[in-house]
Design a protein around this ligand. Structure first.
Ligand SMILES: [Zn+2]
Length: 404
């Protein structure tokens, strides 16, 4: 059984500080893992027709009051205030650190006059959000006060909803498989007793969620009464190696915020029509996702995620120059490469590198330098092979392109 906090310490990935509870200090190696996930997700979102945006993390209190988050999220919102000139002990809460990106993406939608021709408009952001969780509930990366989520909003016509939900389920399946997760469970939360909007809209939204699951052959569990007051939703949960269930992906059909913000687009007849908003996240919190993945893999991350993908060690000073050439060639290809240049015997270097679970170790001596090759060892495999540098570069671009 692994604890992601201990693995992070052993692997030098990140740490926590008492002065910033619930917030992660990413070290260089940990940030590499974070960026590998971000880059992978960026490519997936682009493939599914999303445009990446970036919005401020602090937004006016009045906006949060309008969206209803101020009231709903209340004590979980971090306020940002300015000091009162007359009374410096008084802080007026003018802004809130965003707990989610919805109002910011609505502002981007509202910045232009929209036509049915450009719908659906799919916006996504690696949104840094803050939620003031009680200190007793904080737990490593699994529950934080500051985290980044893949926060996406689709502005679409009612007729698009089912197709967008199918896309979401396909994305979930594709992304989870890339991390080695082939099973996930789907729950559909239906209308609660207290709700906004008329029943005809709820009928449509719930039917769209259910029909998309049926069309793709996914089993699902219905949770009557569990939906948000403004929308029904799908929640995707993943089971970890201890059998714990983590809610990660979600998609919600929202008729409420478009109404509150009076959103519109010009339809085929030249009239104004209201769009629907779908809120979605595939991974949810990236920090929590990393925690789950670290514990599941016991820190031995697959090649495409490993903070150091290959370590290059020279046998003696005579082969250092070739080792440096290998490192710079691989780095130019975007391979996360480490040069091992310590004064130690090669067997000691290899022992240390194996302990760090680095997927590939390339040993180079005078013979490899003369041949333009490296002697390659793969983690968990006892054999070695001599392989030309060009072939190694080719292997990397092939194996990484299969994921990213
Ligand atoms: Zn949202």
């Amino acid at each position: 059984m692994y604890d992601h906090r201990e693995l992070a310490k052993a692997m030098d990935l990140f740490h926590f500080e008492e002065h910033s509870p619930g917030m992660v200090f990413w070290h260089p190696l940990g940030w590499r893992v974070f960026r590998a996930i971000e880059n992978f997700m960026r490519q997936v979102y682009e493939a599914y027709g999303f445009e990446e945006v970036r919005s401020p993390i602090a937004l006016s209190r009045t906006l949060w009051e309008k969206s209803g988050h101020w009231e709903k999220f209340g004590e979980n919102i971090f306020v940002v205030g300015s000091l009162d000139n007359a009374d410096s002990s008084h802080v007026s809460p003018d802004y809130a650190l965003k707990p989610m990106s919805c109002p910011a993406h609505i502002a981007i939608y509202e910045a232009s006059r929209r036509s049915y021709r450009e719908m659906p408009i799919r916006l996504m952001e690696f949104g840094m959000v803050h939620r003031n969780e009680p200190s007793g509930t904080l737990s490593g990366c699994m529950r934080l006060r500051q985290f980044v989520q893949d926060d996406a909003h689709i502005f679409c016509l009612e007729a698009d909803i089912e197709n967008e939900i199918r896309n979401f389920l396909n994305m979930v399946s594709e992304v989870y498989k890339a991390f080695g997760y082939f099973d996930f469970t789907i729950k559909i939360s239906l209308r609660p007793e207290k709700r906004l909007g008329d029943d005809a809209l709820w009928d449509k939204a719930e039917a769209a969620l259910i029909d998309a699951c049926v069309a793709l052959g996914y089993a699902y569990k219905l949770l009557p009464g569990e939906g948000a007051f403004y929308s029904p939703k799908i929640e995707v949960s993943l089971e970890d190696h201890l059998g714990r269930s983590w809610q990660c992906g979600t998609i919600q059909v929202d008729f409420n915020l478009p109404q509150i913000f009076d959103l519109s687009f010009v339809n085929n007849d030249g009239d104004f029509e209201r769009p629907v908003i779908l809120h979605q996240a595939v991974l949810g919190s990236i920090e929590r996702w990393i925690g789950i993945v670290l514990e599941n893999h016991g820190g031995s991350l697959p090649l495409w995620l490993a903070p150091v993908q290959i370590a290059v060690a020279s046998i003696s000073d005579k082969s250092v120059e070739w080792a440096q050439t290998v490192v710079s060639k691989l780095r130019r290809r975007g391979v996360r490469t480490e040069l091992i240049n310590r004064d130690a015997t090669i067997s000691k270097k290899i022992r240390e590198l194996s302990k760090r679970k680095i997927p590939l170790i390339a040993v180079v001596g005078e013979m490899e330098a003369a041949n333009g090759t490296v002697n390659l060892r793969r983690f968990g495999v006892s054999t070695q092979e001599e392989i030309a540098l060009a072939q190694l570069e080719e292997e990397f671009s092939h194996s990484l392109s299969m994921i990213c």
